[in-house]
Design a protein around this ligand. Structure first.
Ligand code: 6R9
Length: 647
C-alpha cells in the first residue's frame, strides 16, 4: 500500500483531491494523522477534552479486561449536560438547535435554551415516575423534537435508553422491551405518513400487553388520533412533562455508565442489544462529527436524514451534533411527501450546508430525475456525506454533480452500530476522495484487511475487514449475553485479538480502502440490516410453511432486495398470489415492512449440502438470474429444475 507520511493514501487516478479553498478552512489538517500515529493515547485524551468532565479522567484506556474496554474510566461526566447545558452557559441559549419540519407542513424551531428547559422537564417527570439511574426506557417515536428530548432526558438521569424504530412491529418492540426489561415506553398517539395519520399507540398497547417490566407508557400527542387508554399506566406528555419544573441539575456519571442499548440484526434470528457507554462514545461521536463533517458551530446548518431508530440517528442527529452545538434540520416524514421536491425545498428553506444521507436515497433521487433537484437553489451545500452501504461510483458522481454543485467533497463513512461512530472515511480538506471508496481509517483508528489465516493483504487483496486496536466508542457488549459478544466479534481472530466486522473489503492499487459488503448472513436493504434467519423464522411462523430460505439479491435501488424460497407443509394448498401476499404480510407483521420480501417463490425443495446446510450462494444465483455456480457439494443437483419451475 502506498501511503504518504500523513497516513492518507496517495491517489493517482479517478480521484478528487481537496480544493485549496476547502483545505484552507478545514477543521482537520494533515497533522491529525501524524498526531494519532505518534501517541495513540495522548491523541484520544486530547479528543476527550472536547467535552466537559465533572471529574477529569487520569487513565485513558484500560484494555486489561479485553474485549471489554474502559475508556477514560475514572472520569465522570453528564452526557446531556455536554449536549445542552454547557452551550446555554456559554451564552448560546438563543441559537437554534433544531429546525424541525413536520411532514404535514408544520414546523418549529427549538433553541438550545428551549431544549434545556424541555429536557429538564422530562427529567423531572421521569424522576417522579420513580425511575433511577441504570433503569431502561424504551423509546418508540417518530421524528419529532420530543424524541430527542426523551433521549437526552434519559442520558441526563443515567437511564439507559433503548430506541426502537417506530416502523417495527409490536412483536419486535415487545421482544426488545422484554430483553432489556424496560420500565417505561415513551411514544406518541400516531405518526404522519404520506399525509395520513398512522397509529403508534395501538402498536405499543399490543406490545406491552402482559409485559412484566412495564410500569408506564408516556404519550406525546402528535396526530390527535383516538387512542385507547389504560388508567394508572398511561400518561399524556402534555399533562406531565409540559407541566413539570424547568429546573433540573445534571449529576455526573462514570465514563463507563451505560448510555444506551440499540438492537441490531445478527446472523441468528434474535437481535443483539448492542451496549454503548458514555465518555468514550461521546468523545468519538463529537470528534468525528467535528472533523469528518468539517462542522462549524453557529455557521453551518447540518442535516442528517437518518431516523433516530438507527445508530446513525443516535450518533449523528443526537449526540455528535448536539455536543458540537450544531444547528440542524430534523424532518419527520418521507422524501416524497407531498412530492419529490421535499428535501430540496427543506435545503433551500434552511440553507442546509452539510447533508448526510444514504446511497439508497441518492439512487432514488436519481430515479426521480435530476430536473427535480435542479429546480432548486442548492448553493448552500458545501459538504455531502454517505452512510449505510457501499455507494456505487455512478451514484457518487451524481450526488457530487447534481447536489454538491460539482465541488462539494463527499465523505463516504464506514461504521456500524457496534463501532458507535465513524471509523473509515476521508477527512475533507485533507484526504482525496474516490467515487465508491471510504478511503482510509480516521486518525486514531486502526483497520486491516486480512485473509482467513489473519495474513494482512496488500493492494489489490480482497479479504475481511478487522479493527486491530480498541477505539473509544466501541460497543462494550451484548445486553445479557457476553458470550455471544465474544463469540460474534472476537472469536474469528481470537489469537490476534482483532475485532471482526463482518464486512469484506479490499485495497485498490492506490491503497484506498473499498468496503464490499457483508460476508455473513446479514442483508443490507436500503441501509437497514436484516438477517436472513430473522426473515426465515418469520416465514416459518406461518402455519402453512415448513421451511424457508432467504437471500439478499442485488437491487438497483435498495442495494439488496429480499428473496425468499418457501416449502409448504404437506396438505397445504398453494393458492399462488394470495398465499404469497399472506406470507409477505406475515413478515411485515412479525418484523417490519422494511423486512417484507421483494419476491417469494414456493418451491418443492431447497438445495442442501450433505451436512444439511442450505446453499444460499446458489439461491442467490437463481435470484439474480445467473448461471449456477459449483453444485458439486449438493445432495441432489437436480433440485434446481424444480426450484426454477416454482418461480
Ligand atoms: C452506520 C450503519 C453496518 C453495516 C456495515 C456495512 C454497511 C455502513 C458503509 C457500509 C460500505 C459504507 N455500511 N456504512 N458499507 N460503505 N460507507 O450503517 O450501521 O446499521 O449497524 O450497519 O452497514 O456492511 O457492516 P449498521
Amino acid at each position: 500500500m502506498t501511503t504518504s507520511t500523513s497516513g492518507a493514501p496517495e491517489i493517482t487516478e479517478d480521484a478528487y483531491p481537496p480544493s485549496a479553498e476547502f483545505a484552507a478552512q478545514a477543521n482537520a489538517q494533515a497533522d491529525l494523522y501524524d498526531e494519532a500515529e505518534k501517541d495513540f493515547l495522548a491523541f484520544w485524551a486530547e479528543q476527550a477534552r472536547r467535552l466537559h468532565w465533572h471529574t477529569p479522567f487520569t487513565e485513558v484506556l484500560d484494555w486489561s479486561d479485553a474485549p471489554v474496554a474502559k475508556w477514560f474510566g475514572d472520569g465522570e461526566l453528564n452526557v446531556a449536560y455536554n449536549c445542552v447545558d454547557r452551550h446555554v452557559l456559554d451564552g448560546y441559549g438563543d441559537q437554534v438547535a433544531i429546525h424541525w419540519e413536520g411532514e404535514p407542513g408544520d414546523s418549529r424551531d427549538v433553541t438550545y435554551a428551549d431544549l434545556l428547559a424541555e429536557v429538564s422537564q422530562a427529567a423531572n417527570t421521569l424522576t417522579d415516575l420513580g425511575l433511577v439511574a441504570g433503569d431502561r426506557v424504551a423509546i418508540y417515536m417518530p421524528m419529532i423534537p420530543e424524541a430527542i428530548v426523551s433521549i437526552l432526558a434519559c442520558a441526563r438521569l443515567g437511564l439507559t435508553h433503548s430506541v426502537v424504530f417506530a416502523g417495527f412491529s409490536a412483536t419486535a418492540l415487545r421482544s426488545r422491551i422484554d430483553d432489556a426489561e424496560a420500565k417505561l415506553v415513551i411514544t406518541t398517539d400516531g405518526q404522519w405518513r404520506r399525509g395520513k395519520p398512522a397509529p403508534i399507540k395501538a402498536t405499543v398497547d399490543e406490545a406491552v400487553d402482559g409485559a412484566a417490566s412495564i410500569q408506564n407508557v408516556l404519550v406525546v400527542k402528535r396526530t390527535d388520533s383516538e387512542v385507547s387508554w389504560t388508567e394508572g399506566r398511561d400518561l399524556w406528555w402534555h399533562e406531565t412533562v409540559a407541566q413539570a419544573s424547568k429546573n433540573h441539575e445534571a449529576q455526573p456519571f462514570p465514563a463507563e455508565h451505560p448510555l444506551f442499548i440499540l438492537y441490531t440484526s445478527g446472523t441468528t434470528g434474535k437481535p443483539k442489544g448492542i451496549i454503548h457507554t458514555s465518555g468514550g462514545y461521546l468523545t468519538q461521536t463529537s470528534y468525528t462529527h467535528h472533523n469528518v463533517f468539517d462542522h462549524k458551530a453557529g455557521k453551518d446548518v447540518y442535516w442528517c436524514t437518518a431516523d433516530i431508530g438507527w445508530v446513525t440517528g443516535h450518533s449523528y442527529i443526537v449526540y455528535g451534533p448536539l455536543s458540537n452545538r450544531a444547528t440542524q434540520v430534523v424532518y419527520e416524514g418521507t422524501p416524497n411527501s407531498p412530492d419529490e421536491h421535499r428535501h430540496w425545498n427543506v435545503i433551500e428553506k434552511y440553507k442546509v450546508s452539510i447533508y448526510y444521507t444514504s446511497p439508497t436515497l441518492v439512487r432514488t433521487f436519481m430515479k426521480w430525475g435530476k430536473e427535480i433537484p435542479e429546480a432548486h437553489d442548492l448553493s448552500s451545500i458545501r459538504l455531502l456525506g454517505s452512510v449505510g452501504e457501499p455507494i456505487n461510483p455512478e451514484a457518487w458522481r451524481w450526488f457530487r454533480d447534481v447536489v454538491g454543485g460539482g465541488s462539494a467533497p463527499i465523505v463516504d463513512t464506514w461504521w456500524q452500530t457496534e463501532t458507535g461512530a465513524i471509523m473509515i472515511s476521508p477527512l475533507p480538506g485533507v484526504t482525496a476522495t474516490k467515487p465508491g471508496s471510504a478511503m482510509t481509517p480516521l486518525p486514531g483508528i486502526s483497520a486491516k484487511i486480512v485473509d482467513d489465516d489473519a495474513k494482512p493483504l496488500g493492494n489489490g487483496g480482497n479479504g475481511y475487514l478487522v479493527l486491530d486496536k480498541p477505539w473509544p466508542s466501541m460497543l462494550r457488549g451484548i445486553w445479557g449475553d457476553m458470550d455471544r459478544y465474544k463469540d460474534t466479534y472476537w472469536s474469528r481472530y481470537a489469537e490476534e485479538g482483532w475485532y471482526f466486522a463482518g464486512d469484506g473489503a479490499k485495497y485498490d492499487d492506490d491503497g484506498a480502502l473499498w468496503v464490499l459488503g457483508r460476508v455473513d448472513d446479514v442483508m443490507n436493504v436500503s441501509g437497514h440490516r436484516i438477517s436472513t434467519s430473522e426473515v426465515e423464522s418469520a416465514l416459518v411462523s406461518h402455519h402453512g410453511v415448513a421451511e424457508a430460505a432467504v437471500v439478499g439479491a442485488a437491487d438497483e435501488t435498495t442495494g439488496q432486495g429480499i428473496v425468499a424460497f418457501v416449502i409448504l407443509r404437506a396438505g397445504v394448498e398453494n393458492t399462488g398470489d394470495d398465499l404469497i401476499k399472506e406470507l409477505k404480510a406475515q413478515v411485515s407483521k412479525e418484523i417490519s415492512p422494511i423486512a417484507r420480501p421483494r419476491e417469494i417463490s414456493i418451491v418443492p425443495e431447497l438445495p442442501k449440502t450433505r451436512s444439511g446446510k442450505i446453499m444460499r450462494r446458489l439461491l442467490r444465483d437463481v435470484a439474480e438470474g445467473r448461471e449456477l455456480g459449483d453444485v458439486s457439494t449438493l445432495v441432489d443437483p437436480k433440485v434446481f429444475e424444480s426450484i426454477k419451475k416454482g418461480r
